[in-house]
Design a protein around this ligand. Structure first.
Ligand SMILES: [Zn+2]
Ligand SMILES: [Zn+2]
Ligand SMILES: [Zn+2]
Length: 327
């Protein structure tokens, strides 16, 4: 069973999951492409579907399956135990894969907006189902696209990891947003959405429900956030009618990133309130997209400071003009 160990200095939890190293890596051998477990016709190569949407001709258009090489396993208890001076927990949780399309080579942003909305609605449904288990405190939805982003398979997919604790990054965000709310009486993310919509210079995509911006203090070149315009602390509270709006902004944003940054690798992460927490006035869910243009270098690792060589204003200009960016 995987173990979750706590760093005694930072309070940061680390999942030690040795079995994960056994997972196939498509980038290693071209032969494995023909046996892609996520392609239509290869369903027996994955665990059975937890959820699926019917496609044309009796097939499927989207499938959710348990990860064959999970970072966490469904057995086990929550609550930490002592290990000498350290704290650890059973690696309890769930790890699911959302196979976004039966089509091996169609990128998410190349799919029709309705199909992207299917993916978004599936995320919401899965979170609503998963949070019924009181052991689950946080649901992490993310997508690794491309070799440099740590994806082991090319086939368009995203992942959901359900964890018995909230990640440190999210807790730090919630604390920072709570401080802002105490000082100014408003939600920082509502303020960012309003400020950026008025300033316009850093806006990459915008519709009635969502706005995509290159954040003011972007850590990474072409880092992009997608924010709901309406205050909402929990991702799973997004009304079904807004899924299509989110899909539209995702399609535009990822499309622009793919035009300006050919062979783009990126990580996309949903940040949201821990699922068992009540609705909060100070925190607001959002999506962070981090293109992988450069590796995090020694300075960043050592200091937690980031050096970003593309200003967020230049990044937005490049994306909105459809120019290719020369790395
Ligand atoms: Zn495939
Ligand atoms: Zn807000
Ligand atoms: Zn965030």
């Amino acid at each position: 069973m995987p173990e979750i160990r706590k760093d005694p200095v930072f309070g940061r939890w680390v999942i030690i999951a040795s079995e994960r190293s056994l997972r196939p890596n498509e980038f290693r051998s071209a032969a494995e492409v023909h046996s892609c477990p996520f392609c239509a016709g290869n369903e027996e190569l994955t665990p059975p579907a937890i959820y699926s949407l019917p496609g044309e001709g009796g097939g499927w258009r989207l499938r959710v399956v348990r990860n064959k090489y999970p970072a966490l396993v469904s057995e086990g208890v929550t609550g930490s135990s002592r290990d000498g001076i350290y704290d650890k927990m059973d690696g309890m949780g769930f790890h699911e894969v959302v196979i976004e399309t039966p089509d091996h080579s169609r990128r998410l942003d190349e799919m029709p907006v309705e199909s992207i909305a299917d993916v978004v609605k599936t995320f919401v449904l899965r979170v609503k189902d998963i949070k019924k288990d009181p052991r689950i405190k946080y649901v992490m939805i993310f997508k690794n696209h491309g070799r440099n982003a740590g994806a082991s398979l090319l086939h368009p997919h995203s992942q959901i990891i359900d964890m018995p604790m909230a990640p440190l990054r999210v807790m730090q965000e919630i604390d920072g947003a709570a401080d802002y709310h105490r000082e100014r009486g408003t939600c920082v993310f509502c303020d960012i959405a309003r400020e950026e919509a008025a300033f316009k210079r850093r806006v990459v995509a915008d519709n009635r429900s969502f706005i995509a911006v290159t954040p003011y203090a972007s850590r990474f070149s072409f880092e992009t956030w997608i924010l709901p315009k309406r205050h909402m602390s929990h991702f799973e509270d997004m009304p079904e009618g807004e899924a299509l709006d989110l899909a539209g902004v995702l399609k535009t944003t990822l499309g622009k990133l793919n035009v300006s940054l050919p062979d783009l690798s990126y990580n996309l992460i949903v940040h949201t309130m821990p699922v068992q927490e009540p609705e909060a006035a100070h925190y607001h869910w959002h999506i962070e997209i981090m293109p992988k243009l450069t590796h995090v270098a020694g300075f960043e690792w050592g200091t937690g400071f980031y050096i970003n060589t593309v200003s967020p204003e230049d990044a937005a200009d490049t994306l909105n003009s459809g120019r290719k960016y020369k790395i």
